[in-house]
Each structure stands twice: as structure tokens, then as C-alpha cells.
Write a protein that binds this ligand. Sequence first.
Ligand code: M6R
Length: 369
Amino acid sequence: EKGGYPSFMLKEIAEQPRAVADTLLGRIDGSGALSLDEVRIPPEALREADKVVIVACGTAFHAGLIAKYAIEHWTRIPCEVELASEFRHRDPILDPQTLVIAVSQSGETMDTLMALRHAREQGARVLAICNTNGSTIPRESDAVLYTHAGPEVAVASTKAFLTQLVACYLVALYLAQVRGAKDADEIRAVVRDLSAISRSVERVLETMEPVRELARALAHKDTVLFLGRHVGYPVALEGALKLKELAYMHAEGFAAGELKHGPIALVEDDLPVVVVVPSPRGRSVLHDKMVSSIQEIRARGARTVVIAEEGDDEVVPYADHLILVPAVPTLLQPLVTTVPLQVFACELATTRGNEVDQPRNLAKSVTVE
Ligand code: M6R
């Protein structure tokens, strides 16, 4: 059942191009516009929504953090993202104009379920983004958009994460479409970019051997830091989470701009720091700031592992290790930059002798609060 792969995790990483394509399937009409009739929330309700609140845990929470950038950018509706376990206990402000999005692979995560129950009690509408047909979270929500990742067996979430991102982008574009926040041609252009991503993920997977070599070379380290900016920041958090849960290593993700407010004190000679670099095209200020962050940490001895877009020559002099990914639009970049981090964590954990499909102390679905 592992399809010839040594672990479910490696099989699921390899399935990502297909999972991404499957999640788009049937959701784009002949003209290239979105057709998401399956989201049964009436368009008037989506037009009236004045706030989006995303609740989720772990990796699904990281997908939510990325969704915020897309939702606010494309729809101009304010969006909050909160850990489901924190949400309910702080008396959040919710009303019928609030659209709550609950993101969960399993559909059984108790913290997320309790958060959505609380939201519905306050009159908010809840849309679930879920990978498991008929599970509790979609059953208790007003509507559901299923991710079509197929069953995810390994405890560490990989293909479910990429498909959660795709589903979040679809919801963001759908909101923009029904609210008229973007014109039809702009939406079609983003949908075209999204449809091309599966091929880009495939290309990333074809070039992972140097990442595996690097993981083996760093397997004896105690700490790895991850830096990102904008949508690269949640990617950094996700890279760190993968390394914690699989390699049992101290790993932390930071927003690069926060370095100078404390974390830079951690940097010492030969400390591996993985940096997710925004595209040099588009909003180049993000890129320039990231290049200065890399210079700063490198000047203090960090061993830099730089994930950058193909053709980004500016970062080359500061990269001790360079991992190149295909150029894609900035907001969609997490779909390609996350993949090397999954491969890195999986290989590093395997080198340390860990069981990657079933890490210690963890369960695939966390059905207790
Ligand atoms: O099934 P869910 O998406 O609700 O699960 C949420 C988290 O428990 C899950 O993403 C967890 O963080 C993964 N093990 C991360 O790889």
C-alpha cells in the first residue's frame, strides 16, 4: 500500500502534484471562471460578510495563515486567523456577518470542532475545508469544500497541506467573484496560475536530491531556524513544525523582520538557518529586505540554506546552500517552497533513525481537547 515507497510520508509527498490538480478538478468552468456551487452558503450571505475568521490547528493553521494574505488581498475583507484551541476561550466577537472557515484534514480535531460549535452558537456561518468525507467537522458546518488529497496516512501532514492551500485560494477567489471585488479577467488569470502549479510542484520534486544530501549532512545538529516574510513566514513555521515532529529537533520559524527584535541573538557559528526568499519579481521590497536579513545572519556565522526562485541571482553570494524552485506568483509561492522543507524534514528524521510515519507521542487525528 506504500506503492513501493519506504514510507507513507514519501509516498504522500510524491502524490502532491496529483492532489493539487485533483483539488481544482470540476471547480473551474469552461470559461476559466470558478464554479463553486457546492459551497452552499447563499451568495447574499457571502456578499454581506464583513469579516472572515479562520480556525485550525497545527499544519492546517499554517494554511490558514497563508489564506489570510490571499483573502485580504483579493477581497479586501478583514481576515483573522486563530489557533482553534485559543479561539473559544477568549470570547471572540462573532455575529451572522462573520464567515468562519474551519480547516481540518481529518475533520475530527476536537479543538477545531469546539471552535466551530462556538462560532455557530454565536450565529456565525461556518465553511469547512476538509479532506475526509462525512467526518464531524463538515457535518456540523453550514457548508464544506473538500480537499481532494486522498487518504493521508503519515502523521505529518504534507499533501493535505498543499490541497488546503489550494482550497483556501479557491474560497478567496470565489469571495472576490461573488462580491465583485475583482473583475472576471483578473480572477481567470489567477485561476490559470493555480492550474499551472501542479506542474511546478512536480518540477520541485524532480530536483530534491541535493536537499536530501543536505538533510543528511545536518542530521547531527541540535537546532535549525527558519525565516520567512509575507506568505513565506507561515512556510517557515511549517518547515519548523515538520522538523520538530519528525526529527525531534529544536526548530523555530521566525518572521525575518523580527530577527532584530530578539531572535538574532540565537545565531552563532555554523547554525543552520533556512530562509524562504520571496520572488524578486512583483513586490521587490519584500525580496530586498530578505536579502539584507540573509546578509545579517551570515555575517554572524549562520550557515544559510536559501530557498529562492530560479533566476534569483542576487541571493547566490549569500547562500551556503541554494535550493531553487520555479517562479510562480508571490501569493502562490507557498505551494512550491513548502515541498523542499517536507523532503528536508523527512530525510533528516530518517537519517536520525526515526519512524517518520508514526512519530513518538503524536496521533494522526487529535480527538481530545
Ligand atoms: O486533521 P487536522 O488537519 O485538523 O489536524 C490538525 C493538526 O493536528 C495537524 O495538522 C498536525 O499539526 C500535523 N501532525 C502536522 O504535520
